[in-house]
Design a protein around this ligand. Structure first.
Ligand code: ADP
Ligand code: MG
Length: 737
């Protein structure tokens, strides 16, 4: 991952501080000034082996010992070219020989110069055995002079920082550069106020960087790093706090009317809202009613009832005399939303039509592919305010579409919707006001990850699924264990016999084509290089095999994949929905938008080739009605292999929230969904959103308090500077407001 070039403002340039070799090494990591260098943390530490007395060490042990030099001699090697240097050392009780095999005379001189008789040194190495002399020895130990005091020994035993390296850069160069920097820690700029640090029992910055780069103990490194992590979280949260504060100063339409549309809609709902929907709905109403633009992230699994919640808020906007826009990432999805809203609203969406309700509004679809005449009419409705609800793609916001009075924008799926989009929206409201924003996502983010990445949004979650959901139980099946596979197909056949329907999903259409997606690679922590996977099973061949399978004799099979025409696909899906197909074998085309309440079984073949959320969406296709769902994740991976364990963890995860955590732990925060939301995520340096949850929460409290007391950070110039650096760092275009 290429690092951006970073220069903290007002910080000492390294070029003036270091020799060229050192500043070049740092520059290869984009580190060009003192403040940045002192926050460039070691990747790890090497901790010397524990100090021992020589009489208690034994062969094969790794040891450290404080000793003095008794004698030094060298002799030519008998069999090879070179010199053996033997240094006898003693810790007053026992002696041991340090042995060096050297090829050059100057090496001999160098060691002799550092090892005069009587010198006190600390030796680190592995104890070996010299067969010739029949005695213990340490070959090629590391050693350095030591003062034989408590401090001296502690210093000699200190953890050694190991910095990341690039080609042609020596560890010693990174160390010497940082060592020089340590002499100037007094000039570092510390954005976290001292008062906050002492309340959180954290070291001051100068102490922290000493502990990080020149620790005496492993405990020191943790204490020092705690400051750097906290500082990073604190700056992020201060950014979010300032954004919130800015929002507080911008006026927004007050969407507080209590009807009539929303009330009529509620009356007509064929179901009652879940507690979760009511609670989330109330919190949204509270926010959009208060006269300042609010940004809500509404997250919940597919089918958790987000759309209904958002629609109620949109109706409130219309009731309050304003308009609402619903944006989807694609035209197809926009059309689907449009149909959904028309269905849900019924005569409430038919203003001006004969069968329209007297309180009705208009719900308009506006896409780029509309023909000009229809489009003009729609635009007129939008501009005049006749259309209370407008559905479209994100283009709605960039085009010069004029709303009469846009009060609320609902965005489906946040991935492509970043902070800059939200900023742009600020100008779309009536008379200098900013509309409210609700972003809906079916890929939830764990709470602390959300705080660290989209901390300027209010995150509201729908965790329970509404309605008559019987739910779904997932199993991992190993193709290598034929009994399991047989049982899986048998089970599917039983479901068909009981009148229910089965989905079989394959990773590709045809086995004689190389069109299967590769399995996701697992990182060094997740172990395993990609195994030599067997080729994935195809839709065509799987359908043939099932047709010949005695268990499925008489079952009606259907196939569905991207090579069928749009009409064919619709017809197959329609048959499945009508129950005229018992087993549908398909690629992932069924992923989006299908509802077959009678489907009870989902079989995913070569499941390791699918992503976490894909598998979750797939299994969400069954168990939607009154029948309990079963999902089988069938894999060719060996039992216990990483892919198999990974599938098992997905199988065991209760919902999208549990999966999000799982995914995050596995991948690290690397490409979290929130990235584009804040533009900040991609440059997290020290923070791990799972591990550092507590620090993130504390930093949020503290930073919000600091910003509340000093919104423009006039008495916190170091923090203001750090924020400016951070924003420019994250993205020069997106972030500068
Ligand atoms: P999401 O947008 O989160 O995917 P939707 O709002 O589209 O979920 O809801 C999924 C389905 O569940 C829709 O058919 C919707 O009408 C239905 N639904 C929503 N809320 C409830 C509820 N409280 N009880 C029963 N069914 C509900
Ligand atoms: Mg939906």
């Amino acid at each position: 991952m290429p690092r951006r070039q970073e220069t903290a403002r007002g910080s000492m340039p390294l070029k003036e501080l270091l020799i060229p070799k050192e500043s070049t090494a740092m520059a290869s990591f984009g580190v060009r000034d003192l403040d940045t260098m002192m926050r460039f943390a070691p990747r790890r530490y090497v901790v010397p082996a524990p100090l021992r007395s020589l009489h208690e060490v034994s062969r094969g042990e790794e040891v450290s010992a404080v000793v003095s030099v008794v004698s030094v001699r060298d002799r030519a090697m008998r069999s090879r070219h070179g010199v053996i240097l033997e240094v006898v050392v003693s810790d007053a009780i026992e002696e041991i020989t340090l042995t060096f095999f050297l090829t050059k005379q100057h090496q001999v001189q160098w060691h002799r110069g550092r090892l005069p008789v009587g010198a006190r040194i600390i030796v680190h190495g592995t104890v070996g055995y010299d067969d010739y002399r029949q005695a213990l020895q340490i070959t090629h130990p590391a050693y350095e002079p030591v003062e034989d005091t408590d401090e001296g020994r502690a210093w000699a035993q200190r953890p050694r920082p190991v910095y990341p390296l690039r080609q042609n850069i020596a560890q010693s160069t990174m160390r010497s550069a940082t060592e020089k920097g340590l002499e100037f820690v007094g000039s570092l700029s510390s954005p976290v106020p001292d008062e906050v640090l002492s309340r959180r029992a954290l070291p001051r910055l100068d102490e922290a960087v000493r502990l990080v780069h020149r620790p005496l103990t492993v405990e020191d490194t943790r204490y020092g790093m705690a400051h750097l992590r906290y500082e990073e979280a604190f700056i992020l949260q201060a950014i979010f706090a300032q954004r919130r504060d800015q929002d507080e100063r911008i006026p927004a339409p007050v969407l507080a009317a209590e009807g009539p549309l929303q009330g009529l809609f509620d009356e007509r709902l064929p179901f009652t809202l879940t507690d979760g929907q009511c609670e989330v709905g109330a919190r949204i109403e509270e926010r959009i009613g208060n006269g300042h633009p609010t940004s809500v992230l509404l997250q919940g699994d597919v089918g958790s009832g987000k759309t209904v919640v958002a629609l109620r808020a949109m109706l409130r906007a219309v009731d309050s005399g304003h308009q609402a826009a619903l944006l989807a990432p694609t035209e197809v999805l926009a059309e689907q939303h449009h149909r959904t809203l028309l269905t849900l609203l019924g005569d409430l969406a038919r203003a001006g039509q004969l069968d329209g309700h007297e309180a009705a509004t208009r719900v308009r679809l506006l896409t780029g592919s509309q023909r000009t005449a229809g489009r003009r009419e729609t635009l007129l409705d939008v501009t005049s305010g006749q259309a209370g609800i407008v559905v479209g793609t994100h283009a709605l916001l960039t085009e010069s579409v004029e709303f009469a009075s846009l009060g609320l924008v609902v965005i489906d799926e946040q991935h492509r919707f970043g902070v800059d989009h939200r900023r742009r929206l600020r100008t779309k409201g009536p008379a200098g006001q900013s509309p409210h924003v609700i972003v809906m996502t079916a890929t939830p983010i764990p709470r602390t990850a959300a705080l660290a990445t989209v901390g300027d949004l209010d995150v509201l979650s729908l965790r329970e699924s509404p309605g008559l959901r019987a739910g779904v139980t997932s199993f991992v099946v190993h193709e290598k264990l034929p009994k399991w596979e047989q049982r899986m197909w048998q089970r599917a056949a039983e479901e068909v016999a009981a009148g229910r329907q089965v989905f079989v999903v394959c990773a590709r259409i045809d086995e004689d084509e190389a069109d299967a997606p590769a399995p996701p690679e697992l990182d060094e922590n997740g172990v395993e290089k990609p195994p030599s996977l067997e080729p994935a099973r195809g839709v065509t061949q799987t359908a043939q095999r099932l047709a010949e399978h005695p268990e499925f004799a008489g079952a009606r099979l259907g196939v569905l994949h991207g090579r069928l025409t749009g009409e064919e696909k619709q017809e197959v899906m329609a048959q499945m929905v009508r129950g005229e197909i018992d087993v549908l074998i398909s690629t992932t085309v069924i992923e989006v938008g299908v509802d077959v309440p009678n489907a009870s079984t989902m079989i995913v073949l070569d499941a390791e080739r699918f992503g976490v959320s894909q598998l979750h969406q797939l299994r969400g296709r069954v168990g939607r009605g009154e029948h309990a769902g079963i999902a089988f994740f069938d894999t060719t991976a060996e039992v216990g292999a990483e892919h198999s364990q990974h599938l098992r963890r997905i199988a065991d995860a209760a919902d999208g929230f549990a999966l999000a955590e799982l995914d995050l732990r596995r991948r690290g925060a690397g490409d979290l969904v929130g990235e584009e939301q804040s533009g900040l995520q991609r440059t997290l340096k020290h923070l791990d959103v799972m591990r550092d949850a507590r620090a993130i929460e504390q930093a949020r409290q503290d930073a919000f308090a600091v910003v509340a007391a000093d919104p423009d950070l006039t008495v916190h110039p170091a923090l203001a500077g750090a924020i400016a650096d951070r924003l420019r760092d994250a993205d020069p275009d997106v972030e500068r407001s």
